[in-house]
Design a protein around this ligand. Structure first.
Ligand SMILES: *[C@@H]1O[C@H](CO)[C@@H](O)[C@H](O)[C@H]1NC(C)=O
Ligand SMILES: *[C@@H]1O[C@H](CO)[C@@H](O)[C@H](O)[C@H]1NC(C)=O
Ligand SMILES: *[C@@H]1O[C@H](CO)[C@@H](O)[C@H](O)[C@H]1NC(C)=O
Ligand SMILES: *[C@@H]1O[C@H](CO)[C@@H](O)[C@H](O)[C@H]1NC(C)=O
Ligand SMILES: *[C@@H]1O[C@H](CO)[C@@H](O)[C@H](O)[C@H]1NC(C)=O
Length: 414
């Protein structure tokens, strides 16, 4: 179910900067152009097309939220939600549980299949309950601000988003349903995956009186600044020949970049990146996460990329006088030059990709505002103090393994 909120933003910006940080383009590279790139990026997924708003059998409603739950700004915004009463019998006199699926870091329309054929439909059918998809602030149509400047993003953080959900659970009045279904008068079960999985766990911990139970699917409850393990999973479990080709490529490219001079220029030009300002801008491993058992939503980019790398052998190719590279490097360069990577696919994970470099991307994208400056490092403790990898509570189900927050500036600032 996607990736973390901030990681998505950062990865998309990283892509934008991969595309744009050449000297030739640099004059046009303002923070705003990076953000535009992100805003204009097509919304993903087969899932969304399947569940376009028009086709949705579930009515869409608004819930009014304060822009700021902790300081009165006088501003409010409309938070979008979708209601499924398909399995609810208004004559029932028993307990009516409400299952809320947290939309996480995407438009709520992307999550509508969960109401129709997914976990929410299954749970509401089993219990005669009500199902909800609740859109996250700043996503889809639940955007409280007019633009995405650094200042405007200052109300996008974990505490505000959690307070939105708490306010919704405690106060929502469903149109057409003539009974009090607010928390804690009726049991609310909070569900989410990945970033929204962490939110589910956090909601149970932060608002135990409102959230009767929570299911955190692949919840990323542990925040970390470095996350080399993310790609190491590919090294350990990817197709061995492909991994070997990747290692060869990364080692050779890094060595030539480090050597400098004509070797460095030759390898940059081989990748069509002769004018790059930052060697790190070299970089389809993100596609690993997009594999899926369901052919309708599977993204085969990763395996296409592996095919393009070819099988390991020791053929050397001369790219400039006296500068030879393994044929794998050429295959990689041909792939990068000819195939425009999908919007969520960055290109080699080099050892040059460091925290400082990732910070640079954030600094380009989000220069200091008048009212808010992105902190030098994310406050990971704000997330981990809620339990991190050991998060636990009664009626909190942690399913589908562990997750880790990737480099995450936006979510944890406050
Ligand atoms: C929800 O709020 C948005 C933004 O104010 C508005 O455009 C839309 O018409 C509202 N939808 C409903 C169903 O009230
Ligand atoms: C609820 O009760 C009314 C009146 O007895 C009846 O007409 C209606 O069919 C019932 N609805 C359901 C969903 O059982
Ligand atoms: C962004 O929106 C805010 C109001 O939400 C406005 O005050 C500000 O001028 C806008 N900034 C830009 C650069 O458009
Ligand atoms: C690199 O920069 C030079 C000089 O500014 C320019 O002529 C050339 O077209 C650029 N190459 C690429 C691939 O952008
Ligand atoms: C070695 O790999 C290159 C590039 O993938 C390929 O063109 C070449 O045919 C391969 N050579 C052998 C002997 O398999």
């Amino acid at each position: 179910m996607g990736y973390t909120l901030a990681a998505t933003i950062v990865a998309t910006i990283a892509l934008a900067s991969n595309l744009q940080l050449t000297d030739a383009v640099a004059p046009h590279l303002t923070a705003q152009s990076i953000k535009l790139q992100r805003l204009l990026a097509p919304e993903p997924s087969a899932v969304e097309t399947l569940a376009s708003e028009a086709a949705s059998p579930f009515p869409q409603f608004n819930f009014t939220q304060p822009l700021d739950h902790f300081t009165d700004t006088g501003h409010t915004f409309e938070q979008r939600y979708w209601l499924s009463t398909r399995h609810f019998n208004p004559n029932s006199t028993g307990v009516v549980p409400v299952f809320v699926l947290d939309g996480g870091e995407t438009s709520g329309t992307d999550r509508l299949p969960y109401l129709d054929t997914g976990i929410v439909d299954i749970l509401t059918e089993a219990t005669g309950g009500i199902g909800i998809v609740l859109e996250h602030r700043y996503y889809g149509a639940s955007v409280p601000v007019q633009n995405f400047t650094t200042d405007s993003l200052r109300w996008l953080n974990n505490d505000q988003a959690a307070a939105d959900s708490a306010n919704f659970l405690a106060n929502v009045k469903f149109p057409g349903i003539d009974r009090d279904l607010t928390a804690p008068n009726t049991p609310w079960i909070y569900y989410g995956g990945s970033y929204a999985g962490a939110r589910s766990a956090h909601m149970r911990v932060l608002y135990p009186d409102l959230v009767y139970g929570a299911i955190a699917s692949s919840g990323v409850t542990f925040a970390t600044i470095t996350d080399w393990q993310y790609y190491d999973i590919i090294r350990q479990f990817g197709p061995p020949a492909c991994v070997q080709q990747l290692e060869t490529t990364v080692n050779e490219v890094d060595a030539l970049l480090a050597k400098g001079g004509s070797a460095r220029q030759a390898i940059r030009e081989t990748f069509g990146l002769g004018n790059l300002t930052h060697d790190q801008d070299f970089e389809p491993l993100g596609a690993w996460q997009n594999r899926n058992w369901d052919p309708a939503v599977n993204d085969n980019t990763f395996f296409d990329f592996c095919d393009a790398l070819g099988t390991p052998n020791s053929t050397q190719v001369e790219i400039a006088k006296g500068v030879k590279v393994n044929a794998a490097v050429i295959n990689y360069a041909v792939y990068v030059n000819q195939v425009a990577p999908p919007a969520n696919v960055p290109a080699i994970i080099s050892r040059l990709i460091t925290v400082d470099y990732e910070k640079l991307i954030c600094e380009f994208a989000f220069p200091p505002g008048e009212f808010f400056t992105v902190p030098a490092l994310p406050d990971i403790e704000a997330v981990n103090k809620l339990g991190g990898l050991n998060i636990a509570a009664d009626r909190l189900a942690i399913i589908d393994g562990q997750g880790i927050y990737a480099f995450n500036l936006l979510e944890v600032f406050d």
